[in-house]
Design a binder for this molecule. Structure first.
Ligand SMILES: *Cc1c(COP(=O)(O)O)cnc(C)c1O
Length: 430
């Protein structure tokens, strides 16, 4: 459960009035709740206690150094998808030997870097990648720990851009071919150590059934691989969904009692533990969104309003460069005024400054009738929010703040224009 709520008419994160942060840091600014992240980590720990389970936080969801540091201090491992993310882990004080490395197109330089740092395992996505890692490990005189991502061909019933576990997707190796591939590794790739098996069927799953179906489908193969190759782990991926529509209300116990259908860490764990426990293996789980998504809001200021023939628009100072989810895959974010309104809601589009029609944060939405100058909070902004931000339209990257009780800390300065153009050169200047 997150820690955003109105208190005395002002939206707070834990003990901090969001208006104070906006006044001090400006907008747009991402505000993260330390308590929410730590509570959810603890809930994972407790819910998965019957298993030998380990969390590998999916760094791409939110990769700020302070957030990674927070997790590293709690002994969390990391699921990374690039050499850059591995660099971030080291930079944030994380342990590279707790890192699993996913991704379909790892380069030679990235593979060498990961081998030098001694990561826990490469989660590989094709035979050619395995052959490349085998070659590089051979050159370096080391044995590379590998698992292969199996694609179980289970539909996760999520948006098509974030479904990954069907045979239409670029990810993983078809379940029909996985056994032959492991045999090939064992026979032909002497510089690889077969350490586990991996899968990840998609993101923002709000139903437990696809997880259960995929685990049921793959478990017999895992048991066989334990027998044949002595694998030590099965990574079942991430993908656990969070609350977008209903986010603010879901900060209360009552909301959860009224929404028993909503996936929780506990209900997810309860549905998979009986299937996993008999395997007697280390289980890795790779939540990204579930650990940080509801733990942040993005503060933005209303700049103008415009009433057209067909629509009312509220223009804000945050754009699709700050949060791309609505434009990229129809992501939904609740938007609340930081100073509470009463009874003046209107239907409006909340749009950003970017010169693209796709630059909206909400369409045809019943929202408070906010006026220019008012600060708004875009909820559920912690995952795939800042980490997907860009400087499109020469807009500096937003600031980030971590709230801890009634204190807050700047964890990323707002980018400057000088920083944006830092690497640019006129011909001959290099
Ligand atoms: C993105 C990703 C995750 C995390 O997904 P969430 O939906 O954020 O939990 C986990 N594993 C892999 C391999 C991923 O690519």
């Amino acid at each position: 459960m997150h820690s955003f709520a109105y208190k005395n008419g002002a939206l707070h994160c834990e003990g901090v009035n969001l208006q104070d942060i906006a006044a001090a840091v400006g907008t747009p600014t991402f505000v993260y709740s330390k308590k929410t992240i730590l509570d959810d980590l603890e809930e994972f720990r407790q819910a998965l206690a019957p298993l030998d389970a380990h969390i590998a936080y999916a760094v791409k969801a939110c990769s700020n150094k302070a957030i990674l540091h927070l997790m590293a201090q709690r002994g969390v491992g990391f699921d990374i998808v690039s050499g850059g993310e591995l660099w971030r882990i080291v930079n944030a004080g994380g342990d590279p030997t707790l890192c699993t490395y996913a991704g379909v197109a790892k380069t030679e330089a990235e593979i060498r870097y990961a081998l030098e740092l001694g990561i826990y395992c490469f989660n590989c996505e094709s035979e050619n990648e395995l052959r490349e890692i085998n070659r590089i490990a051979g050159e370096m005189g080391v044995k590379a720990p590998v698992a292969v991502r199996v694609n179980p061909n289970v539909d996760a019933h999520t948006h098509k851009y974030i479904t990954t576990g069907t045979n239409e997707n670029k990810f993983g190796v078809d379940i029909s071919r996985i056994e032959a591939l492991y045999a090939t590794i064992a026979a032909e790739m002497p510089h690889l150590h077969i350490k586990g098996l991996q899968m990840h069927i998609g993101s923002q799953l709000t139903d437990k059934q696809p997880f259960v179906t995929a685990i049921e489908k793959v478990a017999p193969i895992v048991a066989k691989f334990k027998e044949l190759y002595g694998i030590e782990f099965w990574s079942i991926g991430g993908g656990i969904g969070i609350v977008y529509d209903g986010c603010l209300a879901s900060g209360s116990e009552e909301w959860w009692a009224e929404h028993p259908e909503q996936i929780t860490i506990r209900s997810y764990a309860e549905s998979i533990i009986p299937l996993l426990r008999p395997l007697g293996l280390k289980i890795l789980i790779e939540p990204g969104r579930r650990l940080v998504g509801n733990a942040a809001a993005m503060l933005t200021t209303c700049v103008y309003e415009k009433k057209g023939e067909a629509k009312t628009f509220k223009m804000i100072d945050a754009g699709m460069n700050d949060i791309i989810r609505p434009a990229l895959y129809e992501g939904y974010h609740e938007i609340w005024p930081v100073q509470q309104h009463s009874g003046d809601s209107i239907v409006a589009d909340i749009v950003g400054p970017i010169c693209e029609s796709g630059d909206f944060q909400a369409q045809n939405r019943l929202v408070a009738d906010v006026k220019p100058g008012e600060v708004l909070a875009e909820m559920s902004a912690g995952a795939y929010g800042f980490s997907m931000a860009s400087t499109y339209n020469s807009r500096p990257l937003a600031a980030e703040v971590l709230v801890d009780g009634d204190k807050w800390h700047l964890i990323r300065r707002r980018q400057t224009m000088e920083q944006i153009v830092e690497g640019e050169l006129l011909p001959g200047e290099a």
